[in-house]
Design a protein around this ligand. Structure first.
Ligand code: IPE
Ligand code: IPE
Ligand code: MG
Length: 239
């Protein structure tokens, strides 16, 4: 395998349809999906991926039935309780991006503890996007910039300035996006950050997205020519 993406973002979609196909409740799909996170984190560490950002809950997912939202919150808490000590040992730095003020205070405390206890790790930066929306992130960044620069006018705001106030300011932009579950859309994920990300869509439902499936995505990525607006010749050094 030639070039491994430094930062992979994933939209973990298809838990509900995975369960429906088996005549199981959607909640079972979410349980299975949550347990798959662990194997994908391991596989990414194996391939030397440095940053992995997973979309777990969007700002729009509050629109789902109340019992489904509460299943997802419970799984999130269980994940934090189960995995943090292991992440600490495995050299994984854990972060949450998204509006955490909407979460129960006990969940916010767990998140802060997980971030604090893994803050010295550098092997893999694992970021979970929870109550995250790309539009929320961009708007908030502009507001934070204005607060920090009270004597400036909005006309002075530049892309590099805004980037400093995004929730991902400590992370490089994603090189590869993987969306499971067959949809070819971004669903309000990292809108600003994915301006030049390679987009990979697979029909495979998230609970079934395993290491061989990840390898297919990595193979596909290694064949892309990333031009960033330039020509092939410039990028390949022929000019
Ligand atoms: C992804 O699976 C999990 C979340 C969005 C929280 P879905 O629950 O969206 O599964 P489908 O798309 O209905 O199959
Ligand atoms: C995107 O999946 C959000 C997450 C995976 C957390 P959705 O299932 O919510 O996306 P839409 O509604 O089909 O666009
Ligand atoms: Mg979905």
């Amino acid at each position: 395998m030639q070039s491994i993406p430094k930062h992979i973002a994933m939209i973990m979609d298809g838990n509900g349809r995975w369960a429906k196909k088996r005549l199981l409740p959607r909640a079972v799909g979410h349980v299975k999906g949550a347990s798959n996170v662990r194997s994908i984190v391991q596989a990414c560490t194996h391939y030397g991926v440095e940053y992995l950002t997973l979309f777990a809950f969007s700002t729009e997912n509050w629109r789902r039935p109340e019992d489904e939202v509460s299943t997802l919150m419970d799984l999130f808490i269980q994940y934090l309780d189960k995995e943090v000590s292991e992440m600490r040992e495995a050299g994984i730095r854990f972060r949450i991006i998204g509006d955490r003020s909407a979460f129960a205070p006990s969940l916010q405390e767990r998140i802060e503890r997980a971030e604090r206890e893994t803050s010295h790790n550098t092997k893999l930066h694992l970021t979970i996007a929870a109550n995250y929306g790309g539009q929320w992130d961009i708007l908030r960044a502009a507001q934070l910039w204005m607060q920090a620069n009270p004597n400036s006018s909005i006309g002075e705001l530049e892309p590099a300035g805004l980037k400093n106030y995004l929730s991902t300011h400590e992370l490089p932009d994603p090189d590869l996006l993987i969306r499971t579950g067959g949809e070819s859309r971004l669903s309000n994920f990292l809108l600003w950050q994915m301006a030049y990300t390679e987009l990979y869509f697979t029909e495979t439902y998230w609970p079934e997205f395993d290491k061989p499936e990840l390898e297919l995505a990595l193979d596909w990525f290694s064949k892309r020519v990333r031009r960033f607006g330039q020509t092939d010749e410039q990028v390949l050094g022929e000019n």
